[in-house]
Design a protein around this ligand. Structure first.
Ligand SMILES: [Zn+2]
Length: 667
């Protein structure tokens, strides 16, 4: 997940986002009193799922339990202040049959993700699962331990390693491998090692090319929007329960501890590279621009284990997560799966990944990798085929029929990504937002359009009357659309808000996707209770901001500049960074902020001498430039007032902007 700079969450690169939110909210949500029961139509539809899908196939339940050694009660992990960082106890309600208010297919996945503990995969190779959204894999070397992906939080990573040591020899960690740039695969690194041992060379940190750049940067520029949208994708503020959050698809949810980062010391740059680490041969294979911009998977010949990282998991992954990111490449994704199968498949007895549970046995492995490969390929190719026949994204999402040979495999179901929104992502990747229908080229914005719609349809009361009839017939998709228009036309209309919330809620109960369920239920939650009120603050993690290139900090300042307030201003600043060294000239003109590296100009308004740390503190809003100048942390030659003026032109983003109703706050 769940996570800029810091916000690398979370595939799941949302994780950090959610973590930061909890950092400011600081408490778990109360049990919801206002969630309504499933409507009879929903009950019938959910019930019908039971006869459509192969529930008699229990192989996943056997695999998820296989090799179990031990766990902690409820996998409970507390932080230094006694705060609960992780607990499976919140999900004890899953230990029964699916209720009417949850799609039984999602319920099944939620049950599987409820398993937790230390598991032996094969002799010498173990996994900790269910202690965070992701897995930690432990490989026993000749003298020490190799940790693959130290979870999201320092606390969960440390608890996971402790659990391992309670049952296996206490060998020191000699290497950490980050499979990819999302924070749930590196944030807990300081729970398994420390900077000193890494710097001294006692512990190696291996990562794919581009890891650090993407780990700290993937979500900087759009961080505030992603963080807010992450609340909808993951539902961290929703009560957990059969009418609330039940799962995140890839795992239960994200842990709420501290994230850390130690930069890698050994980078995998070739498409396939072998290393022997502590006597263990590891074949690394790069799979960039798939689930993450920098990602690798691994084959361990000694164990005949293929570790697919997050390229092959037990669900259809996201080509574009609901929280927003750049579109991922489904075609490349399928090709890497095919390569993995072709190169390693015949010599593999077990497939593991850094989420979910293993697949055991040659024939099942082939089926698993083939069906995942063909899932991404089918949805890509058929979307493009329909696109070239002229269909638009919503039409394709509706028309795309999946072959039953794919959809009857549990690992291909829509728990995280969905066929419908992934098809739209593919359309977006190739053709963008515009469907080429000029009616959609420059339509009225939501509030103005909603007012006209409601007026044309005879006013709100008439619309509500008809929408209620449709609600009782189960036409929730259209009721949601029309009730949303009513709310945007008049957010004070309580009947409209209630109707929209009720429609979202029933859609949430029907959803097979955990992310869709969260989006719908959290939309209903905010309509009933108002938008979240998390504290203002930049979506940046202080521990990772250090690793962001200075140029990228200036990019970030650029998108914080209020264009209207900067109108007519002209400010030029020379920057001299002493630690690490660097020089920039920053220019504000035409309400746009631009810069050049390795350059100063003679006619600058002012020249600043400072450390990067001083700028970090200002960007984090933990210090102002005026304070830093006054305290001498920033030395100024020229007109200091110009530097202070520039920094007065930057916005602090509202982390609580309205989504399911009109914006209340000024831009
Ligand atoms: Zn992940």
């Amino acid at each position: 997940m769940v996570a800029s700079t810091g916000l690398s969450g979370r595939g799941c690169n949302y994780a950090h986002i959610v973590l930061l939110i909890f950092g400011v909210v600081g408490a778990s949500p109360a049990v919801s009193q206002d969630a309504k029961p499933a409507e009879p139509v929903v009950k019938a539809l959910n019930n019908a799922v039971l006869s459509k899908l192969p529930f008699a196939d229990r192989a996943d339940f056997e695999d998820v339990a296989r090799g179990f050694i031990a766990s902690l009660p409820d996998a409970l992990v507390r932080g230094p202040g006694g705060n609960v960082v992780w607990s499976q106890n919140d999900y004890a309600f899953l230990e029964k049959d699916a209720p009417d208010s949850v799609n039984p297919s999602l319920w099944r996945q939620a049950q599987l993700n409820h398993a937790h503990g230390l598991f032996k995969v094969v002799d010498g190779l173990y996994q900790i699962r269910g202690f965070d959204i992701s897995n930690m894999t432990l490989i026993e070397g000749e003298t020490g331990l190799i940790v693959v992906d130290p979870l999201l939080s320092v606390e969960t990573a440390s608890a996971a390693l402790d659990l391992y040591y309670q049952h296996r020899p206490r060998k020191p960690v000699v290497a950490v491998i980050y499979t990819h740039s999302h924070a749930d695969h590196w944030g807990g690194v300081k729970g398994v090692t420390n900077e000193r041992d890494v710097v001294s060379g006692k512990v190696a940190i291996v990562a794919p090319e581009g890891f650090l750049e993407y780990a700290v940067s993937e979500n900087v520029i759009a961080g505030n929007a992603m963080r807010r949208r992450g609340l909808y994708q993951f539902g961290p503020l929703l009560p957990k329960g059969e009418r609330g959050q039940v799962d995140a698809g890839l795992g239960k949810t994200v842990s709420l501890g501290r994230t850390s980062l130690i930069p890698p010391t050994d980078i995998i740059r070739k498409s396939v590279e072998k290393r022997v680490i502590d006597g263990i041969e590891i074949v690394f294979a790069l799979a960039p621009a798939t689930e993450a911009p920098a990602e690798l998977y691994m084959y361990y010949p000694r164990f005949k284990v293929l570790n697919m990282a997050e390229i092959a998991t037990h669900n259809f992954h996201n080509l574009l997560p609901l929280r927003g990111t750049e579109v991922r490449d489904g075609l490349a994704w399928s090709k890497y799966l095919n390569e993995a199968l072709n190169v390693f498949g015949d010599n593999t007895d077990t497939v593991i990944a850094q989420h979910h549970w293993p697949v055991f046995g040659g024939e099942r492995i082939r089926d698993f990798l083939e069906s995942q490969r063909d899932l991404y390929k089918y949805v890509h190719d058929q979307t493009v085929r329909l696109m070239n026949q002229g269909f638009t994204a919503p039409e394709i999402a509706e028309r795309l029929e999946m072959p039953s040979s794919l959809t009857n495999s549990w690992e291909n179901r829509d728990y995280y990504g969905t066929v419908r929104h992934n098809a739209k992502a593919i359309y977006q990747k190739y053709l963008g937002w515009y469907d080429d229908n000029p009616a959609n080229l420059d339509p009225l914005p939501p509030v103005e359009a909603a007012k006209k719609y409601v007026a044309y349809m005879g006013g709100a009361d008439a619309v509500i009357r008809r929408a209620r009839e449709d609600f009782h017939k189960g036409e929730y998709r259209f009721v949601a659309e029309i009730a949303n228009k009513l709310v945007f036309a008049d957010p004070a209309n309580q009947e409209a808000r209630d109707l929209a919330a009720d429609a979202y809620e029933q859609l949430g109960y029907l959803a097979e996707s955990a992310t869709w369920r969260s989006a719908y239920l959290y939309g209903a939650y905010e309509l009933r209770r108002g938008a979240a009120r998390v504290g203002r603050g930049p979506a940046l993690n202080p521990e990772t901001i250090r690793s962001i290139p200075t140029a990228m900090l200036f990019d970030l300042l650029g998108v914080q500049l209020s264009g209207p307030r900067a109108e007519g201003k002209h400010i030029v600043i020379n920057w001299n960074f002493t630690d690490p060294q660097g020089s920039f000239v920053l220019t504000l003109e035409h309400s746009a902020l631009t810069y050049l590296a390795n350059k100063h100009v003679a006619d600058a308004d002012t020249s600043l001498v400072l450390t990067r740390d001083a700028l970090n503190e200002i960007v984090l809003r933990r210090a102002t430039i005026a304070d830093a100048i006054q305290s001498g942390q920033i030395k100024v030659a020229g007109n200091a007032a110009k530097a202070v003026e520039l920094f007065s032109l930057f916005d602090t983003f509202n982390p609580n902007f309205e989504i399911v109703e009109p914006k209340k706050l000024a831009d």
